[in-house]
Design a protein around this ligand. Structure first.
Ligand code: GTP
Ligand code: MG
Length: 201
């Protein structure tokens, strides 16, 4: 994949603020601090396109980015972060679900998992929620640089078992070493080219 251009489009909290749903769109979802924003920066070869932070809860709005004038990437706020205020947390779920459920151009949700962590109820619920709505999920296990190859393999099996997923279908990624860059781009490009599921091919 050759990255020719990347532009920040807009930040939004509700559908009236979303850009027109005309380009194939990919949303990046996962727990706070899992590395969603870093993964997007790595994919588009930019260090600081999207703000990242050591402190969970950095991304608070739905941020849209246009890549090569042909794809839309959407950085979502993370879930499962206890330290944000209760009122803020209550507003997140409807915001994210409102986006995911109603977005016609959405081709897949890239669900990002930390290689070191066994997924919990939030991940299981998100995957079930996506499946019920016929939204494709691409599972990406990130921060692979934090574990040895042997430890990664073991951990990926645990993650797959927890999510009832096929370990072979999970993409291994690192924003630090850039492992998985080609594989994730290949997955995104082929989903972008495939006709949307609800239309005849
Ligand atoms: P929120 O917006 O708060 O939900 O977080 P996020 O999921 O966008 O995470 P972000 O990209 O801001 O990264 C969180 C922290 O993890 C930062 O300190 C990153 O530098 C670090 N990080 C992200 N990806 C990787 C990775 O692949 N390897 C390593 N070693 N660190 C990473
Ligand atoms: Mg973020």
């Amino acid at each position: 994949m050759l990255i020719k251009s990347v532009e920040f489009v807009t930040s939004a909290v509700r559908s009236s603020q979303f850009p027109a749903a005309v380009l194939p769109e990919f949303a990046f979802a996962g727990r706070s601090n899992v590395g969603k924003s870093s993964l997007i920066n790595t994919l588009v070869n930019r260090k600081k396109l999207v703000k990242t932070s050591r402190t969970p809860g950095k991304t608070r709005l739905i941020n849209f980015f246009c890549v090569n004038d042909s794809l839309m990437f959407v950085d979502l706020p993370g879930y499962g972060y206890a330290r944000v205020s209760e009122s803020e947390r209550r507003s997140w779920q409807p915001m994210i679900e409102g986006y995911l459920a109603g977005r016609e151009s959405l081709r897949a949700v890239i669900v990002i998992l930390d290689v070191r962590r066994t997924p919990g109820g939030e991940e299981i619920q998100l995957l079930q929620w996506l499946e019920q709505r016929g939204i494709t999920a691409v599972l990406v296990v990130t921060k692979s640089d934090k574990l040895s190859k042997a430890a990664q393999k073991k951990q990926i099996q645990i993650i797959a078992d927890t999510l009832a997923a096929d370990p072979e279908e999970m993409l291994v990624f690192s924003a630090k070493s850039r492992e998985g860059w080609d594989a994730l781009w290949n997955a995104i490009v082929s989903l972008a080219q495939a006709p949307p599921e609800d239309e005849p091919a």
